[in-house]
Design a protein around this ligand. Structure first.
Ligand code: PAF
Length: 293
């Protein structure tokens, strides 16, 4: 099962299942943290969340080709297996699952998991097929690892909602845990793609959470949604966070839009603000609630 590494590795679905089956036979709960590698502290917080809830933690690293569009960064997506494995080992992960592409998409495979309305707005509108690729690979990982629970970050809030729905709809018997966004000192949400940013871009990137917080505060304070969003759009563009792909306020539970007028208290509590912007060649996404717990 293991290469020359401090962390046990599984490179085939048979090997990963052999390990998880043995743990579960001893009554141990197994958590899965699916990743595409290029790990940062945000991922390590998912491992920590998994550790708190399970006896064993498996992290998968697989850059999933079916969730990249033809003009996206699949070929150049950062890959650093040695650094990732060292981080997983120090975070207390028990097993790394690194399947080859043929393990996930063997010759002759042809099935896709296509999500419904939750996948239509936001990133679903901008990245056709993205969530079909995500759901397909996550369903495969669930089938291969058979975890008792799986942890996903709220940084990809729409992805988390879609995976919850898929798990329920397909009765996949995996408990889905959402974990909060981990941010840099200036508020920028941690992301594997942040490493694409040049130093001047990195300085601008911190304006994204700052502007989102300003928009959220204004809406929570009674400013009409459309007025606050329009001003936020101008602020993003002025900061150089452009083009803006979307800046939208939606209900956190079903991702439907909220009214453009000033919101009622209950609507404010249900709302989540979402943004996707380009900064040079890097696409940044972020999301925040309107009210802090
Ligand atoms: O969030 C990600 O890194 C990916 O979308 C996931 C869930 C690992 C599926 O490839």
């Amino acid at each position: 099962m293991s290469d020359h590494n401090p962390l046990p590795l599984a490179r085939s679905k048979a090997a990963v299942r052999e390990a998880t089956k043995a743990w579960q036979a001893q009554g141990q709960r197994v958590a899965l943290v699916p990743t595409m590698g290029a790990l940062h502290d945000g991922h390590l917080s998912l491992i920590a969340a998994a550790r708190r809830r399970a006896d064993r933690v498996v992290a998968s690293i697989f850059v999933n080709p079916t969730q990249f569009g033809p003009n996206e960064d699949f070929a150049s997506y950062p890959r650093d297996e040695a650094a990732d494995l060292a981080k997983l080992a120090s975070a207390g992960c028990d097993l790394a699952y690194l399947p080859a592409a043929e393990e996930m998409y063997p010759a002759g495979e042809q099935t896709r998991v296509v999500p419904g309305a939750l996948a239509e707005p936001l990133d679903g509108a901008s990245r056709p097929g993205f969530f079909t690729g995500v759901c397909t690979v996550v369903a495969k990982l669930f089938g291969q690892v058979r975890p008792d629970l799986a942890v996903f970050g709220e940084k990809d809030f729409q992805q988390l909602a879609i995976i919850r729905r898929m798990t329920e709809d397909l009765a996949l018997a995996v408990e889905i845990i959402g974990a909060p966004i981990i941010r840099e000192a200036d508020g920028l949400a941690m992301s594997s793609r942040n490493r694409y940013l040049t130093p001047p871009e990195r300085r601008i990137a911190g304006r994204l959470p700052e502007i989102l917080n300003k928009v959220a505060t204004r809406i929570a304070g009674g400013v009409a949604t459309d007025t606050a969003l329009l001003q936020g759009l101008g602020d993003l563009e002025d900061a150089g966070l452009a083009p803006v792909d979307y800046l939208e306020l939606r209900r956190a539970d079903d991702l439907t839009p909220l009214p453009s007028r000033p919101l009622r208290r209950q609507e404010i509590e249900q709302a989540r603000l979402f943004a996707a912007v380009m900064l040079g060649r890097t696409r940044l996404i972020d999301n925040i609630p309107l009210t802090r717990a």
